[in-house]
Every structure is written in C-alpha cells, then in structure tokens.
Ligand binder design. Structure first.
Ligand code: ZN
Length: 179
C-alpha cells in the first residue's frame, strides 16, 4: 500500500494532479489501478456519457408520439416514450444479437446500444414530470435532474408521492452547477 501522496501528469490535459494515500486505499479495495487522468478530465468523460440537463424534442420510435428526450434526434439512439418503454408489451430480446468473439467487444456493444430502445428520459415512479431526467419518485417536477426525493428526505415511506417544493428544484440545480 502507498502511504504517501503522489503527483502525476494527466495523460489527457498534462496538468499535475495528486493521488492521496486514502485514494490508493480505495483503488486497492475496489481492485482498480490508480487513475491516469486528473479528476477534471475524469469528470468530463463521465459527463460526456450521461446527459442530465439537455432535453430535445423527439418522436417515440414505437408510437410516433411527440416526446421530450435526453437523446437528440441526431443521435443514432432508438428512443421510446418513457411510459411506453416501461410497459411490458414490447420485447427487448428482439434487438439482441449473438456475440462474435472475432469482433472487438466495444464495437459490438456500440451497435447493440444503438439498436436497443432507450427511455426518452430516465425517471422512475414519477408522475407528470416529463421534463425531469435521472429522477425518481417525483410528482409535478419541472426541469429537475439527477435527484431522488428519498435521498433528500430520508426516512420517508418508500414509494410515497411527494409534491416537489420550490427549494427542491433550487437544491437540485445548485448541486448540478457546482459539480
Ligand atoms: Zn486532465
């Protein structure tokens, strides 16, 4: 185990960043090598994969309904209306493909992702909250992202509906911009 701080050069932006002893402990615990990218570059990579706050007008690929989605129409993603996606009357296995050991994994994974229907927005157990993304257990939420009332209000009964107070939106937005 490394008991000293170490400075390294980010392989992307070339800036110097520090890895603390407790970081080494954590990497050892989850059995991953220490990072070669600085924290800012790592955050950029994570955020590039997950779009939380930009919403687009889209058409549901199954019903043709106008929807709001976190996937742009220019993306190659197949997007279903959130409520349609959660129903069980479509079979996700119809887009499954046989794995080919002669082709690189990530090439096959990309193709699979492009043909697998995605929900327009990621919101679980929410009602009347079509402009919310990466949320759960909201009712009448508007432009809230990456939030879950059970995190904010620990001890509440799971699955219970809560009206979204104004400060919830403010809290959510402040968390979002200060990342
Ligand atoms: Zn960097």
């Amino acid at each position: 185990m490394n008991m000293n701080s170490e400075t390294r050069n980010c392989q992307n932006c070339k800036n110097i960043f520090t890895i603390e002893p407790e970081d080494f402990l954590f990497y050892e615990k989850i059995k991953v090598p220490p990072p070669t990218f600085c924290p800012q570059c790592r955050m950029q990579r994570r955020m590039a994969f997950r779009n939380e706050r930009t919403l687009f007008r889209q058409k549901c690929a199954l019903t043709g309904k106008d929807i709001i989605s976190c996937f742009s129409p220019e993306s190659k993603m197949v997007v279903y209306d959130r409520d349609v996606w959660w129903k069980t009357d479509w079979d996700p296995l119809t887009v499954g493909v046989q794995y080919d050991f002669n082709i690189l994994f990530f090439l096959q994974f990309k193709k699979l992702m492009e043909r697998t229907p995605m929900p327009a927005v990621f919101s679980g157990r929410s009602e009347n909250s079509i402009y919310g993304n990466y949320i759960s257990d909201f009712k009448n939420a508007y432009l809230v992202s990456a939030s879950n009332l059970h995190v904010q209000f620990r001890g509440r009964e799971p699955g219970a509906w809560h009206q979204v107070p104004e400060y919830q939106f403010a809290l959510s937005w402040r968390c979002s911009v200060s990342e």
